[in-house]
Design a protein around this ligand. Structure first.
Ligand code: AMP
Length: 415
């Protein structure tokens, strides 16, 4: 029979790797809760309209990357390509307007992208959203949360890149300025950017192709086209970042791919990631809640990629503690098996992680298995041990072995 493989762009996280994910997720929760953010879990699929309206019709995600399907009733549903739209939807649906709502989430997102290094079709994000305030101090808070998280993991060579893309008042004017700038250079831009010129002109600025970057380098900067309020807001965000001692760099080419962003946008990049250099991206989205039917409510947030975080951890050589099995119990002979099984459950019930062989392996085979499972101790029960009511305990790290009274095994494991 032909084997069935996992779909392109997806991957299994196997038990031998899961400890890295669990370690990162535990750190994510710990940092987010330290900042006063609480976890939210929202559906994996939503009404398609949430994303077309929230993220924007003319964005790459909505145009090309959504997993959209009719359910049995014929309604159009979409696997979530990101989390902000769902969090905003939950806010509008469930939370009193006027509440300051600080939440975080962890989970898979789905985008039909071309898989390559650091880019998948099912990938995992951690995200935070702070809804209900336009305070620049809140922009600084969410950025600091991300930086603290990465630093807690032990990552070093990261940079925060900041920009402001203005609001619904000043951005249209800036877009017109960009249009006049790019109008006579269109034929030198890549095909994608020629389309962006019509549909989503800001995105020309973050095109990674050399020919487009060269042209964009001389384009008018958004920072010189902000209205007074947006300029003041951005200045204040920077003041707060300086006040709390966070280093950042201005990068007027950061525009982000989603339509809902207003004012502050930022990315955290790593020099270890090459073309897909962004580990984390986010910004303000002061109009989204209203766009989804709520009261006007400013908000700010970000999302980071877990796979990319793991890649950078590996490249920076950060070692992640691997959980070990406390005891592997080895029985030699039929009679020993009963005693081994009883001891196995006694240890488990007393709070020790313990396991044994279920495949009738030889002593050598069982020792190998204890090694492979990274057990701290092998507990060996054979004829001799039964006769003397003892267990042979082998320290798998040092190779040291001794006999211990059966009733004292727990004490020995605790030492
Ligand atoms: P975005 O939601 O596009 O702002 O992306 C936020 C972060 O999610 C990025 O900085 C990446 O770390 C991660 N990310 C986005 N798309 C993918 C993908 N297709 N595969 C893996 N990670 C992704």
């Amino acid at each position: 029979m032909k084997k069935i493989t996992a779909p392109k762009g997806t991957d299994d996280i196997l038990p031998d790797d899961i400890y890295r994910w669990q370690w990162i997720e535990a750190k994510a929760r710990e940092v987010a809760e330290r900042y006063g953010y609480r976890e939210i879990r929202f559906p994996i699929f939503e009404h398609t309209e949430l994303f077309t309206r929230g993220i924007g019709e003319a964005t790459e995600i909505v145009e090309k990357e959504m997993y959209t399907f009719p359910d049995r009733s014929g309604r159009s549903l979409t696997l979530r390509p990101e989390g902000t739209a769902s969090v905003a939807r939950a806010f509008v649906e469930k939370i009193n307007p006027g509440t300051l709502w600080k939440v975080y989430y962890l989970g898979p997102m789905f985008r039909y992208e071309r898989p390559q290094g650091g880019r998948f079709r099912q990938f995992y994000q951690m995200g935070v959203e702070a809804i209900g305030s336009a305070a620049p101090a809140l922009d600084a808070e969410v950025i600091s949360l991300a930086v603290d998280f990465f630093q807690n993991l032990g990552l070093r060579n990261l940079m925060v890149e900041m920009n402001s893309i203005g609001c619904c008042k000043c951005r249209p004017v800036y877009k017109e300025t960009l249009k006049s700038f790019f109008k006579d250079k269109l034929s030198s831009l890549c095909n994608d950017c020629q389309r962006r010129f019509q549909r989503n002109i800001l995105r020309i600025l973050d095109c990674k192709r050399d020919e487009c970057r060269k042209i964009s380098a001389d384009s008018p900067s958004v920072l010189e086209h902000l209205c007074l309020e947006c300029r003041e807001h951005f200045k204040s965000v920077q003041k707060h970042l300086e006040l709390i001692g966070l280093k950042y760099r201005l990068n007027p080419f950061i525009v982000r791919g989603l339509d809902y962003y207003t004012r502050s946008v930022f990315e955290i990049v790593s020099e270890h990631l090459g073309a897909q250099s962004a580990l984390c991206g986010g910004g303000r989205y002061d109009d989204l809640i209203e766009e989804l039917g709520g009261q006007p409510t400013p908000a700010v947030g970000w999302a980071l990629g877990m796979e990319r975080t793991i890649m950078v951890l590996e490249r920076e050589g950060v070692s992640i503690p691997r959980p070990r099995l406390k005891a592997f119990i080895i029985a030699i002979g039929k009679e020993a098996e009963g005693r081994a099984e009883k001891l196995l459950y006694r240890l488990r019930r007393n709070g020790f992680s313990a396991d044994r062989d279920f495949q009738g392996k030889s002593l050598k085979g069982q020792m190998k298995q204890a090694d492979r499972l990274e057990a701290d101790f092998a507990l060996i029960i054979g004829e001799d041990e039964i006769k003397n009511d003892v267990v042979s305990i082998r320290n798998m790290l040092t190779g040291e072995q001794k006999q211990v009274k059966l009733e004292l095994v727990e004490n020995e494991l605790k030492r």
